[in-house]
Design a protein around this ligand. Structure first.
Ligand SMILES: CC(C)(COP(=O)(O)OP(=O)(O)OC[C@H]1O[C@@H](n2cnc3c(N)ncnc32)[C@H](O)[C@@H]1OP(=O)(O)O)[C@@H](O)C(=O)NCCC(=O)NCCS
Length: 176
């Protein structure tokens, strides 16, 4: 368990599946994610069961007030030889968005990625219209390093996606 001021990153539990199902079937949330298929309980349970065998994917539940689930965050596709991973986050509980929890969760995730997993680079992809997420990542120190033109289709239109990353040396400079 990783504890911050207001946020805890905790292991996932099967009992969280109900909430994830609700959030990951909400178009307001999924327009920002890579998901578009309706998600069934069976699919979510299969995904949960598969986690124990996926050494390159690490996923945390995001909790506030000790045990209130608000979303999840992850470092996925870790390449242990290159020391690179790709992160993702969603605060599914919409009334808890915009309160600083996403930023705190990402900071805890980066600290874990750099200081425990010994990664050298953590990157992510974000839709260019997702201003809140971009602001959150910029605050933490992610740098925009590329733009994938018209790489996603949302709400009837093509959008660019930004590739952002942060290196261990940059993070250390900001968190001595
Ligand atoms: C993106 C997300 C993780 C951010 O977490 P959060 O807790 O909502 O955001 P925070 O409160 O920590 O920080 C948001 C920052 O963006 C700013 N912000 C909010 N709405 C904004 C907007 N429409 N445009 C620009 N900035 C905005 C806030 O003011 C804050 O910056 P500040 O601290 O300088 O004032 C969360 O909103 C979320 O999960 N959204 C839905 C799924 C998603 O987008 N996931 C990311 C996919 S790449």
């Amino acid at each position: 368990m990783l504890k911050g001021k207001d946020v805890i990153l905790a292991p996932l539990k099967r009992e969280y599946i109900d909430k994830f199902l609700e959030w990951l079937n909400d178009p307001e949330v999924t327009q920002h994610l890579m998901r578009f298929r309706p998600l069934t309980r069976e699919m979510e349970e299969d995904w949960f069961d598969s986690l124990k065998d996926r050494e390159g994917d690490i996923i945390f539940a995001i909790l506030i007030n000790q045990n209130q689930l608000i979303g999840n965050c992850s470092i996925m596709n870790i390449l242990w030889n290159d020391r690179v991973g790709t992160c993702g986050i969603f605060i599914g509980d919409k009334k808890e968005q915009g309160k600083g929890y996403g930023t705190e969760a990402m900071k805890l995730l980066l600290e874990y990625g750099f200081n425990t997993l010994n990664l050298n680079r953590i990157d992510l992809k974000v839709n260019d219209f997702n201003s809140r997420a971009i602001r959150c990542y910029q605050k933490i120190g992610f740098i925009e390093e590329g733009r994938m033109r018209q790489s996603c289709f949302r709400n009837g239109e093509y959008h660019d996606q930004l590739i952002m990353s942060i290196l261990h040396s940059e993070w250390k400079g900001m968190n001595p």
